[in-house]
Design a protein around this ligand. Structure first.
Ligand code: 26W
Length: 823
């Protein structure tokens, strides 16, 4: 489709090097060449981007605005080349210039404007929206510093700022023409207008300018390029002596500080709410700016604002963008001049909400003191929404004050954001079947009883274009060899691989690809961690954010147990195993950070014990992020999905492993349940309590880990080693807090909240079974191949199609490539 051949590419790269750096090509550094290559790719994108814009103007399709505090995009260069279908041409061109395409890709900073699952899901969704040809904007924040870089020093996590914009980032475009003002604080004055209506006027406020940067979201081979708009903040006027003269000195400095601090940093926390005022400011900032741009776009083609729901839908990615509700109300009433009922009718037909967690610590609540001071007019509106909502509850459940208290949006001095979102949204969805059922039956039961029609499930998915086509080129071309390349845009075709799972030759090919990917990861680990690992050992991998509920602790306790066993029984015939961890802990999450230290200390002891003959190795990969994740999934034999059942809303790394032919050891939690449904339980290693059992124990409060500790000598030994200096000779008390979290009853918290000890035996037995299965090469390869063959359901293309069918009802856009003479 492109008239770019490798010779033209070479020419353009060289000329860009000259243009950008006034250098001959041979003198350029890899960084400079990365910029030059990116510029060629960007030029390719621009025409399609424009054409998509034109198509949207002409066809005026219904458009989704995906509102999210986080977009964990990962690197763009390789992905863009692939989606433009020019990757091979670039690879050849660079080859002929004496360069390796992956080392050029490695020069790109990893745009990490997100924490984990929720942010990465948003990025996968954008890729699918463009590929399926649906009009969409991602709306977020252009954090100056994204997710911190993780350094491991003496086994401890150290957070280092992620200065991703230090050098010019090639895949963004500043759009100053879409600058909007966003106001904070002050007070609201009312005034009766000429028409007799009450007008609300905010005065004495601080304000900033929101300036968007657009990033292109390239669809696969279809000329569609949507935009991710991420907002930067600028002061209205830069501090000047002039304003000092006018007596505005303090205001000018304050505005400047506000703008600077607003988008400074992503909150690196995805488990506990921080309740920080600045975070609420960030939320309002990007919501207000995005809505203003959306409404301005709408009004370009429409006179009647009542038609907004026909053309626009806002999807709120968790509660973080819930201010979309009152801000849309404000814009419709205070700016567009509508009355309450009309505004509410429009708003409730435009907003939808996705829930991503049942963990109560993560459910956002804002103290009304902060909320009303920072957003006085918005607070007014939320109060009125709450007043009307409580009346509605009373009407439905007369006399049931308990109901009203449980469901009120404003309660006990706080604004409950999830309840605000549900009261206004026309759709509320969970992210896996089990998760949605738990929302309906437990977490949000009152709301489900009141609005059953709002609730629906949308099981998460991932984009095969990044996590197979780009991340695992060997397996990708093997799949294409076997079944053609239709899977790239229709993952359900993967099921056609099933005919090969018993084919000896195919099995051998599959194994050899896995082996090569293991070599690639081993090289990376050697380079980045200085640890030598054996590609013939089983790669058992757990990579995800560090959380107690995800139970990295269960994993490392089991490693400690295995180590003891090998020491005690050197005659045991075990297959060498390499346990690989990768995880960032929120900077203030003490027990999570200590778990990282424990993993590293256990690694130090085990990896240096010559007596165990390399039967066991433990590696902690520093700075787990999208770019190294792609490589890790491709190399994994075993995928650890061991959360306490009911706690992991969906999980998405489970799907990435599955696609890449790793076999899961896991609990029946999140989307793992549906993976097992697709491939059959015989193709996974399932253990532990079910969600129902967990919930029952939680309700009865009848679990006492001390009983297990007292009875199980192996567990006892491992836990004693945690506090007798075995793994921390310089400070035997170092890991006491972890020990206490498992065993100590103090009044406020339940010991072993996440049932590590309860599930331990079942986990250990299942690990043994896994190792026995691995001995049977054919059986194992078949299982691994079945994983790849059954992953079809877990494409984000499928997920997005379901959002479109059931919630968004978007129109397709048809993009015709620009004619040459238009270029
Ligand atoms: C307020 C702080 C905060 C920040 C982020 C609380 C909670 C979050 C997110 C909801 C956490 C998150 O990333 N959840 C994950 O979302 C994924 C995508 O749906 C799911 O696959 C994971 O199971 C869920 O943990």
């Amino acid at each position: 489709m492109k008239d770019l051949d490798k010779d033209k590419i070479k020419e353009e790269i060289k000329s860009n090097v000259k243009r950008l750096y006034r250098k001959e090509f041979k003198e350029a550094t890899e960084k400079e060449i990365f910029q030059a290559v990116s510029l060629v790719v960007k030029d390719e994108i621009i025409d399609d981007w424009l054409a998509t814009q034109n198509a949207m103007d002409e066809q005026d399709p219904k458009t989704v605005y995906y509102m999210s505090m986080e977009f964990l995009m990962g690197r763009a260069l390789g992905n863009n080349m692939l989606n433009l279908c020019v990757y091979d041409e670039f690879k050849q061109a660079l080859d002929e210039l004496g360069l390796d395409i992956t080392s050029i890709e490695d020069q790109e900073p990893d745009p990490a404007l997100g924490n984990g699952g929720l942010g990465r899901l948003a990025a996968c969704f954008l890729d699918s929206l463009s590929t399926l040809g649906y009009p969409a904007y991602g709306c977020g924040i252009r954090y100056r510093y994204g997710m911190f870089k993780q350094k491991i020093e003496d086994g401890f996590q150290k957070e280092v700022p992620d200065d991703w914009l230090k050098e010019n980032y090639p895949f963004e475009l500043k759009r100053s023409e879409y600058t909007y003002e966003v106001k904070f604080g002050g007070y609201v004055r009312t005034e009766v207008g000429k028409d007799g209506r009450l007008n609300f006027i905010q005065e004495g406020y601080r304000s900033v300018l929101a300036v968007p940067y657009d990033m292109p979201i390239v669809g696969y081979n279809n000329n569609v390029v949507n935009s991710l708009m991420i907002w930067d903040a600028q002061p209205k006027q830069v501090f000047s002596l002039e304003s000092f003269d006018k007596g505005d000195y303090v205001k000018a400095v304050e505005d400047e500080n506000l703008a600077r601090s607003l988008v400074e940093v992503l909150y690196p926390n995805d488990s506990h709410i921080s309740g920080k005022e600045l975070r609420l400011k960030q939320q309002y900032f990007f919501v207000s700016a995005s809505l203003q741009r959306a409404i301005q776009r709408f009004k370009k083609h429409h006179d009647d604002i009542h038609d907004l729901p026909k053309k626009v839908v806002f999807q709120m990615n968790d509660t973080h963008p819930t201010l979309t509700v009152p801000e849309l109300m404000r814009l419709l009433m205070d700016v567009e001049g509508l009355g309450w009922d009309e505004a509410w009718d429009i708003t409730t037909h435009c907003v939808a909400y996705t829930n991503h967690t049942i963990m109560t610590e993560a459910l956002e609540k804002w103290p009304i003191e902060i909320f009303s001071r920072l957003l006085p007019r918005i607070y007014n509106i939320v109060e009125e929404i709450n007043r009307r909502f409580c009346l509605e509850i009373e009407k439905k459940y007369p006399g049931d004050q308990g109901k009203v208290d449980r469901m009120a949006i404003i309660y006990d001095g706080q604004v409950r954001m999830a309840y605000l979102a549900i009261a206004a949204a026309f759709s509320v969805n969970g992210v896996a079947k089990l998760h949605t059922e738990i929302l309906k039956k437990e977490t949000l039961k009152d709301f489900y009883d009141m609005y059953p029609e709002k609730f629906n499930n949308k099981t998460n998915g991932i984009t095969q274009r990044r996590f197979l086509l780009h991340g695992n080129p060997l397996l990708a071309s093997w799949v294409t060899d076997k079944i053609g390349d239709g899977w790239i845009t229709d993952l359900s075709q993967m099921s056609r691989l099933k005919v090969f799972v018993d084919d000896e030759k195919a099995q051998q090919e599959f194994r050899s690809i896995k082996y090569k990917n293991k070599l690639r990861l081993a090289r990376y680990i050697k380079e980045h961690n200085g640890i030598e690992i054996d590609p013939n050992s089983i790669f058992d991998v757990q990579v995800k954010r560090l959380h107690e509920y995800k139970r990295q602790l269960l994993n490392i306790i089991h490693v400690m147990y295995e180590y003891n066993r090998i020491k005690e029984h050197p005659e045991l015939d075990v297959i060498p195993k390499t346990y690989i961890f990768g995880a960032k802990a929120a900077a203030g999450y003490k027990i999570a950070k200590l778990t990282i230290k424990l993993i590293n200390n256990v690694a130090a002891v085990i990896n240096n014990d010559r007596s165990i003959n390399n039967k066991l190795k433990v590696v902690f990969i520093e700075d787990y992020k999208v770019s190294n994740a792609e490589m890790i999934f491709a190399a994994a034999d075993v995928s650890e999905q061991i959360s306490t059942a009911s706690k992991e809303a969906s999980g998405t790394s489970n799907m990435k492993f599955m696609m890449n032919g790793a076999v899961t050891i896991g609990t029946m939690d999140g989307a793992t349940v549906e993976m097992v449904e697709e491939m059959g339980r015989e193709n996974a290693f399932i253990f532990g309590m079910s969600a129902d059992e967990v919930i029952e124990h939680e309700q009865k409060r009848d679990y006492n880990p001390m009983d297990i500790f007292n009875q199980d000598q192996d567990i006892r030994k491992v836990l004693m080693q945690m506090v007798n200096g075995f793994y921390s000779p310089d400070n035997s008390e170092l890991f006491r807090p972890i020990y206490n979290s498992l065993l100590n009853t103090n009044e406020t918290q339940y010991p072993d909240t996440y049932f590590n000890l309860k599930d331990f035996r079942s986990y250990a037995e299942t690990q043994d079974k896994l190792m026995e299965t691995y001995r049977d090469e054919k059986k194992w390869t078949r299982m691994a191949m079945m994983n790849t063959a059954c992953c079809g359901k877990f494409s984000s293309d499928r997920t997005i199609q379901q959002y479109v069918d059931d919630i968004w009802h978007l129109d397709h856009i048809h993009v015709n490539p620009l004619e040459d003479d238009e270029n």
